[in-house]
Design a binder for this molecule. Structure first.
Ligand SMILES: Cc1ncc(COP(=O)(O)O)c(C=O)c1O
Length: 462
């Protein structure tokens, strides 16, 4: 029997998907009226859809495929481990070889003091587990009133009840009766959108002081932790002014509040150092890892625990009543270990923090001369471009997200995956990206911005 044509297969997969698949963050009815894109293959920085169209994946999936697609080493690591011991659990005084090895490796590469790893399967689970550890810590410290977790507007920390409560993207709350009690949001260091007449440095201090004001308002004896991404990703690629993190660090130390760095996007080289905490000199008590930990080849995440909380856990002499069937899954750990070995072997952190990251940032900044682009910002191999109606006044278009979506759709049609967050176009390509591929991104992005401008003019949106 002759093989089905790709087009026939595409139609079948689209129909199966339409009938049976509830997508994340998707309007089910709206998607049903469209034809879903079926991605079938990936190699390097490219993916292909079921119609054979090649797309440069400027988002590394969801800011995750740091070592690029199609890495045989990772498939081999999974196969070796599956044949040796596909699964065993870490409950009941047991571990597996890759689990212990990965915990030690993470202790070695994360900032000093973060020497304990608690494994989970997603960034959301890791954040949820972290909230439990924070509660446990303060309860054991005899300060059970310290329960409030402070996070930021535009923050994204995942979708479980606790991590969605921490997320500061307001559409994430009403459908689920969130945030839960005890989760409070303060402003983000979003200078371009909210800095007004202040310089970025002034605004960095101002935004950090919002934490101090909130702690004082709530009473320091009730505040458990401040949780933040070093660079805010899903909320619009918010790069903090240089003054922000030192002031946050000072405030957390002054009030004894635990500082948690959510490194799910920033970790594993994205900002040009191993962790965003290295880039910004943050000394977190706890750190959240996922995505780049395995370059998304397999689900795995971790909470890294520093001395302050670690001593309480290891000295408790009672069972820590928490853990997942797949905590420290040996196959996932083996893949993560090989992924880290690739990052080291190919010096991907050094590339992102050096020549390649510099080239990426410099070339993208050329787009700041485009009539639609108000600011290009970024660090290492992550960047955002702010689409505005009026560059001089830093004024956005009336309907947030409308023009960003137009631009994103042009990008897809022209072979580039670039995400739109409201009207901020976001890029976080695999760290293996070559100069020629960066050139391709910039060329395609400019062309798509031109097409977007033509649409904006035609629709009278200006
Ligand atoms: C900073 C941050 N934290 C947590 C998460 C949630 O991770 P997951 O989707 O693996 O649950 C994400 C996902 O994008 C993230 O960007």
């Amino acid at each position: 029997m002759a093989a089905e044509s790709p087009r026939r297969d595409t139609a079948r997969w689209q129909e199966l998907d339409r009938l049976h698949h509830i997508h994340p963050f998707t309007d089910f009815a709206a998607l049903a009226g469209k034809k879903v894109r079926v991605i079938t293959r990936g190699k390097g920085v490219y993916v292909w859809d079921s119609e054979g169209r090649k797309l440069l994946d400027g988002m590394a999936g969801l800011w995750a495929v740091n070592v690029g697609y199609g890495r045989k080493e990772l498939a081999d690591a999974a196969q070796r481990q599956m044949m040796e011991l596909a699964y065993y659990n870490s409950f009941f005084q047991t571990t597996t070889v890759p689990t212990a090895e990965l915990a030690a490796k993470l202790a070695a590469i994360t900032p000093a003091g973060l020497d304990l790893a608690m494994f989970c399967n997603s960034g959301s689970e890791a954040n949820d587990s972290m909230v439990k550890l924070v509660r446990y810590f303060w309860n054991r410290q005899g300060q059970p009133k310290r329960k409030t977790i402070i996070t930021r507007r535009y923050g994204y920390h995942g979708v479980t009840l606790a991590s969605a409560s921490m997320s500061g993207l307001t559409p994430m709350h009403p459908q689920w009766d969130l945030p839960l009690p005890g989760f409070v949001h303060i402003q983000a260091p979003y200078w371009y959108g909210e800095g007004g007449d202040m310089s970025p440095e002034e605004f960095g201090i101002h935004a950090a002081k919002a934490l101090e004001l909130k702690i004082q308002e709530l009473g320091p004896e009730t505040v458990a932790a401040f949780v933040a991404e070093p660079v805010q990703g899903a909320g619009g690629l918010i790069v903090p002014p240089s003054t922000y993190w030192p002031e946050i660090q000072r405030i957390c130390e002054t009030y004894g509040v635990l500082l948690v760095a959510d490194e799910v996007i920033c970790g594993f080289g994205r900002t040009g150092r191993w962790f965003g905490s290295d880039t910004y000199g943050i000394k977190p008590d706890l750190m959240i890892l996922a995505k780049g930990l395995s370059s998304a080849y397999i689900p795995i995440a971790a909470v890294m625990v520093g001395e302050r909380v670690g001593e309480v856990i290891t000295g408790a002499h009672e069972e820590l009543v928490h853990g997942f069937t797949y905590s420290g899954h040996p196959t996932a750990c083996a893949v993560a270990l090989e992924n880290i070995a690739i990052i080291e072997r190919e010096q991907l952190v050094e590339r992102a923090g050096g020549e390649v990251g510099d080239y990426f940032q410099a070339r993208l900044r050329e787009l700041a001369d485009h009539p639609l682009i108000g600011e290009v910002r970024g660090v290492g191999l992550i960047a955002g471009m702010e689409i505005v109606a009026d560059k001089a006044k830093r004024r956005h278009f009336a309907k947030p997200g409308e023009v960003g979506l137009i631009c994103r759709n042009h990008c897809f049609e022209n072979g580039l995956i670039m995400r739109a967050v409201r009207d901020i176009m976001v890029l976080a390509p695999p760290l293996i990206i070559a100069r020629a591929e960066i050139d391709e991104i910039v060329e395609k992005a400019r062309h798509c911005l031109d097409l977007t401008l033509a649409d904006v003019q035609r629709l009278g949106l200006l």
